[in-house]
Write a protein that binds this ligand. Structure first.
Ligand code: G6P
Length: 482
């Protein structure tokens, strides 16, 4: 992949709600920076520390205090040299935009999670929230307009910032603006759940940029179908034209970062946790591993029920398999996420109470985030269980086969974006079908060694085809080439 090196920090900008750094206050009052991982962080690092600027929001009070202390520009020692501007958006605006509109409405729409008790309520509170979503998007557009050098490329990320391309293009027509959706996109019949004017404003916001890109062809198609159905836009191969403006549509599937994962997974802290987990699981037992944020779309409860069904229907597995389920806290400001977190624990405990023995714990559940322990679980996975209701891509499905030392079989939801690339070598399941998932787990556990090794080799090749740096540079090159 070749890309012209940008000359200054203002030449390439990334905008996303969650940035590469977050802060926590220590007991002595000092603010400590913690750097996050993920595709964007490694992607942008491909440009070198001076090349790009990342614009993000302060997520909580500690971030806000840090942003204020540094007048919005985080010091290089906190960011590893990356230029980061952290926006101190007023708390009420941020919370209504992030917890309210983005995570309680748009997330549920795109993930088809709109069923009781998560029905949409478009009342006065939502209207006020929508006004704040606009204000939050405007704050990003203003900051980007202010930061960007003449003709710069701007890569706007995700459903939090759908209005930014349109707002920014009006202020700075010289820029090249791309939007990237990390989520699935809802088909028109579901996207239409949103009030008409808001649905249209979201589509027009993204179409206001030069490019709109997605993780899979399926999500790109759903987006263009929404544009045709709700705006009457003209859709051709790879473009959407509306009111005289043409926006390119792109697909960039994000792959696992094999080099980083293998190196990180071989460090002593992971070895230590591997030894602990092995002890906990006991010798000669097969493992089914899942690692997720505790997120409704990840379908963790049905995954546990499928495992329960396996133990019920096939008692020969009692004492011979352990389900390692890591479900890390996410979006705990929202009551539905808190309730879901409790349900996950309840269902896991019930399985252990009903089937467990002195020498065997059927489910090992951990709910405290620990990346080193996740990698240890990846290493000992015989079967990976990834069964989301819907998922933009799902990187865990790609990471486990890369790191597993046992050559692992993958049970994968056909509704995960990853199924588009990995489907041929995974056992695909309907995420709602508990009996079908239980059956797939049994087939995965009984797959012979040679078949498993062949699948793992092919999965690993497919999963690492587009590592984060290539994924990022491909978007940048496509945007610059317009
Ligand atoms: C999804 C979104 C990402 C987001 C992540 C974590 O994968 O597409 O943009 O970073 O969830 O969500 P959070 O609300 O914790 O930022």
């Amino acid at each position: 992949m070749t890309v012209e090196p940008p000359e200054t920090a203002g030449q390439v900008l990334v905008a996303s709600n969650r940035g590469p750094v977050s802060y926590t206050r220590r007991d002595d009052g000092a603010l400590v920076a913690r750097r996050g991982g993920g595709g964007l962080v490694s992607g942008l690092s491909a440009l070198g520390p001076d090349a790009g600027t990342w614009v993000c929001a302060a997520l909580g009070d500690d971030d806000r205090a840090a942003a204020e202390a540094h007048a919005g520009r985080l010091p290089a020692e906190d960011t590893g040299g990356q230029s980061v501007r952290m926006l101190d958006i007023p708390r009420e605006t941020f919370e209504a935009a992030y917890n309210g509109v983005a995570n309680s409405v748009l997330w549920f729409v795109h993930h088809l999670l709109y069923q009781t008790p998560f029905e949409p309520v478009f009342d006065e509170e939502f209207e006020a929230g929508w006004g704040r979503y606009r204000a939050y998007n405007r704050a990003f557009a203003d900051a980007l307009a202010d930061e960007a050098a003449e003709g710069a490329a701007v890569l706007v990320q995700d459903y939090h910032l759908a209005l930014v391309p349109g707002l920014l293009a009006k202020r700075r027509p010289d820029l090249r603006i791309g939007h990237f959706s990390h989520t699935p996109w809802a088909p028109p019949e579901l996207f239409r759940v949103l009030p008409d004017d808001i649905a249209r404003e979201l589509l027009l916001g993204i179409l206001g940029g030069d490019r709109a890109a997605f993780l899979t062809h399926r999500w790109a198609r759903a987006f263009t179908e929404c544009c045709a159905a709700l705006l009457g836009a003209e859709v051709a191969e790879g473009t959407v034209t509306h009111q005289g403006r043409t926006t390119r549509i792109g697909v960039h599937g994000l792959g696992a970062d094999a080099e980083f994962l293998r190196e990180r997974a071989s460090r002593p802290d992971v070895d230590e946790r591997l030894a602990e987990l092995r002890e906990r699981v006991g010798p000669d037992r097969s493992t089914i591993v899942r690692v997720d944020r505790t997120e409704l779309s990840k379908n963790i409860v049905r995954g546990l029920l499928a495992y329960r069904r396996l133990l019920t229907d096939r008692p020969e597995w009692h004492g011979r398999v352990t389900h390692i389920a890591f479900a890390y806290p996410s979006r705990q400001d929202l009551a539905v996420y808190r309730a879901y977190t409790e349900e996950v624990s309840r269902v896991a405990e019930a399985i252990n109470a009903d089937f467990g023995r002195d020498d065997w714990t059927p489910v090992v559940l951990h709910v405290k985030d620990d990346f080193a322990r996740s990698l240890a679980a990846y290493r000992m996975a015989d079967v990976a269980l990834v069964n989301p209701i819907r998922d933009g891509m799902n990187l865990v499905a790609k990471e486990i086969p890369v790191v597993s030392e046992r050559g692992c079989a993958l049970v994968l939801s056909r509704e995960a974006g990853a199924a588009e690339e990995l489907g041929g070598d995974a056992l695909l399941v309907n995420p709602y079908d508990i009996a079908g998932t239980a059956e797939a787990l049994h087939r995965a556990l009984t797959m012979d060694h040679a078949t498993r090794t062949t699948h793992t080799d092919r999965l690993t090749r497919a999963a690492t085809a587009l590592p984060p740096t290539d994924w990022f540079l491909a978007q940048l090159t496509a945007l610059r080439g317009l």
